[in-house]
Unconditional design. Sequence first.
Length: 360
Amino acid sequence: MNVRALNRALLARQHLLERTAQPAAALLGHLVGMQAQAPLAPYVGMWTRIPGFRPEELAALITGRDAVRGSLMRGTVHLVLAEDARILRPLIQRVAASGYTGHFGSRIGDADLDAVAAAGRAWLEERPRTRRQLRYLFAERWPEHDAEALSYAFGYFVPTAQLPPRGVWGSTGPAVLTTLDGWLGRPLAEKPPIEDVVRRYLRAFGPASVADVQAWSGLTKLREVVEPMALRTFRAESGEVLYDVEDGLLPDPDTPAPARFLPEYDNVLLSHADRARVLPPGRRVPLPPGNGASRGTVLVDGFYRADWRLRADRLEVTAHDRLTARERAEITGEGERLLEFLGAGEQSAVAVVSCDRGLE
């Protein structure tokens, strides 16, 4: 399979070729969660995939505990369905538990990690707390250790959830934590079948290599899981084996791909080891700080070719290369829809900047 065929397969499965009328909950499940360390990013991600999407629909899932924000794939914050959180967190637990070493190992020293985890869990079971409040408690309990490092490290061992209003459209608030099982009101799955998760990943992101599945999940040694599965296979141009579910969408590579605005960190850009299916040669995914609803990326003809940012008086789109008149018109039309969704003022306009021309 060539890059364009993989690109169109990915776009189709992500509902970026044709939008979907399914409810937000169904889409969230199909995508196996959405990247959410930028708390409002999932709303823009839903808007670009569902016609007429209303933020209140996704916000209700969060406040109703049907969806939850927590550290999952790749050790980053994701928004997932509650039932998926029960399944995914146990699967990535060994990755999470090993992650503290690179981030905080040198700062923790000889602290008893079991005791740190037990204390953190007990404090969160007592009542939800912010990271700052946890840091104060850790400083009291272990004054000889780095309290900030402890306040983060314990979360690698104790699955936690970030509570609303964090991540709720129209609301603001710090990241307040509680235990994931406590928030969900039921225990996490004991032995979730990883094969089911692999199939769901392929249905949303395939065809994909073992390395791609590992890049998305953060897990390692998945070849022994994937190879015995009854999956159809293809060959990438590199010769690498690509795996896929039998009913995975494979549109014609020449299918037109309309311009699409994505939020910060959208998983379509981050869920493969080989990102050539969506990133042009030499292009990297930007990781700017933000809330997820003020800046992001733009797919043009299916590939990442521009960035967008909401300014005080306009939606500014900066293209990486020359745009055709048709592409500029598509970007402007989609940008106007995004301005309406974001509730920008009536005087706001879309301004496109490309390498060969100025503002329009």
